[in-house]
Design a protein around this ligand. Structure first.
Ligand code: GLA
Length: 384
C-alpha cells in the first residue's frame, strides 16, 4: 500500500466507509529568502513553497457539523456552531477559524468530514499553521464550488490566524502557500499584494535548512509586540507627516524629527535596512552573484537578532558557527525565537561542516539539530 492508500483507508476507518466521494488536497511549507518581519509594514518579501506538506482528505457529510481528525495528534473532534476556540484540541482552531472567516464573507459552509496528515515540522518556522489554513480553505472552496481565487484563500487563512487563533501575522505565509510554483520564488509587495515569479539557477550552490529544534514560548506574544511597536512608530510619523503610508517606506535620515523610543528606533533600523538588502538580493540572485546574496543573508540575521530582537541563543549559535566556518550565507527564517536557519553554501560544504556543527551544538545545548534538504514546489493543489 502506498501512502495515499494508507491515508484513504485511515479515513474510512475513522469516518466509516460510504459512497460519498472523498477528495485529497495538499499544501506545502515555505521558506523566505529575504524580507523578514516586513510583511505587516507594507514590505517586499521573497518566499518560495517547499516540498514538505500538509494533506487533507475531505468529504461532505450532509449534516451541519464538522468532524475533524488529526493523524498527528490521533485526536478527533466534532465542531458545531457557534464557533469557539478549543482548549482541548488547539489544532482544530486553524480549521474552524477558516470556516468562521468564510461564513463571515457570506458563504454558508455545509458539514464535512476532514482528516489531516502532514510532515511539516511544527514550530520550525516553516509555516505549518498557514499550510493548514490554506489547504482547508482551498479544499472547502473546491468541495462546495465557492468562487474564490488563490489570493482570496490566502487572505481568509490570514484572517483566521488573526481573528480566531490570535496571532497577528502578516500575509506572506498564506500567500506563498496559495500561489507558489515549482522552481520559482515570488517577490510579493505586501502593500499592494502584487507579485512576480522569479527563477534562479543555483549551479554549484544550494539552499538547505538547519532546525535548531527549539521553539521558545514567548514567540507569539513577542510577535504581536513587534507589530505593536511598528504601529506605534508609524503613528508617531503620521502625526507629523501624513504622507508616509507605511513603515517600510520611511526615510531613516529623517528619524531625528520624531519622538521614537529606543526600541522603536531599533525596529525601524531593521526594517529600513531590510528594504535595501531585499532590492540587492533580488538582483544578485538573478545575476548569479551568490557571494553577495550570502553576505546579505548574514547581515539580515544579525539585524533580526540585534535590532529586531527576534532571534535566540540557539539560532545565533548556528549562524555564527557557519559564518566562522566560511559558509556563504545563513539566517534565521520566519517569526523567530527558534526554528530553522536557512543556509546558502557550496554543495559539498554541508558534509564537511555539518557533523562538526552537530557536535558543538549538542555540547552547548544538550540536543542536536536537524538538517533538511528541499526543492521548491507548487502551492496548494488537489491530488488526483
Ligand atoms: C511569521 C508570520 C509571517 C511573517 C514572518 C516573519 O512567519 O506568519 O507573516 O511576519 O513570521 O517575516
Amino acid at each position: 500500500m502506498n501512502e495515499t492508500h494508507i491515508l484513504f483507508s485511515k479515513f474510512n476507518s475513522v469516518f466509516g466507509k460510504n459512497s460519498t466521494p472523498i477528495r485529497h488536497f495538499s499544501a506545502p511549507a515555505r521558506i523566505n529568502i529575504i524580507g523578514e518581519h516586513v510583511d505587516y509594514v507594507g514590505g517586499i518579501v521573497l518566499p518560495a513553497a517547499i516540498n514538505f506538506s500538509i494533506q487533507v482528505l475531505i468529504q461532505r457529510n450532509d449534516t451541519d457539523d464538522f468532524i475533524l481528525y488529526s493523524e498527528d495528534f490521533q485526536q478527533s473532534t466534532k465542531v458545531g456552531r457557534p464557533f469557539q476556540n478549543s482548549k482541548e484540541y488547539p489544532w482544530s482552531d486553524y480549521i474552524v477559524g477558516v470556516i468562521s472567516e468564510l461564513e463571515k464573507k457570506g458563504h454558508k459552509i455545509p458539514g464535512f468530514n476532514l482528516l489531516i496528515n502532514g510532515n511539516i515540522p511544527q514550530g520550525a518556522g516553516l509555516s505549518s499553521s498557514a499550510a493548514l489554513e490554506v489547504v482547508v480553505g482551498y479544499a472547502i472552496a473546491n468541495l462546495f464550488s465557492l468562487n474564490l481565487s488563490r489570493e482570496d484563500i490566502a487572505l481568509i487563512g490570514q484572517a483566521a490566524e488573526n481573528h480566531f487563533v490570535g496571532t497577528n501575522c502578516g500575509i506572506m505565509d498564506q500567500f506563498i502557500i496559495a500561489t507558489g510554483k515549482k522552481d520559482f520564488c515570488i517577490s510579493l509587495n505586501t502593500n499592494s499584494l502584487k507579485y512576480q515569479y522569479h527563477k534562479f539557477e543555483l549551479g554549484e550552490f544550494e539552499f538547505y535548512l538547519i532546525n535548531s529544534n527549539v521553539k521558545h514560548s514567548l514567540k507569539d506574544s513577542a510577535y504581536n509586540q513587534r507589530r505593536q511597536e511598528c504601529e506605534s512608530a508609524l503613528s508617531k510619523i503620521q502625526k507629523l507627516n501624513s504622507e508616509v503610508q507605511n513603515l517600510y517606506s520611511f526615510d531613516i535620515d529623517t528619524k531625528d524629527l520624531y519622538p521614537f523610543s529606543n526600541d522603536e528606533m531599533k525596529r525601524i533600523q531593521h526594517i529600513t535596512s531590510e528594504r535595501k538588502r531585499t532590492d540587492t538580493i533580488i538582483t544578485s540572485l538573478t545575476n548569479g552573484d551568490f557571494a553577495k546574496v550570502g553576505t546579505l543573508l548574514f547581515e539580515c540575521h544579525w539585524s533580526l537578532s540585534k535590532d529586531y530582537e527576534v532571534s535566540c541563543e540557539e539560532t545565533d549559535f548556528i549562524v555564527s558557527f557557519l559564518q566562522n566556518k566560511g559558509a556563504l550565507g545563513a539566517r534565521m527564517i520566519g517569526g523567530g525565537f527558534g526554528g530553522c536557519v536557512l543556509v546558502l553554501d557550496k554543495k559539498e560544504n554541508f558534509s564537511v561542516i555539518g557533523s562538526e556543527l552537530e557536535k558543538n551544538y549538542k555540547q552547548k545545548f544538550g540536543h542536536g539539530v536537524s538538517y533538511y534538504q528541499f526543492t521548491i514546489s507548487d502551492g496548494v493543489k488537489e491530488l488526483i
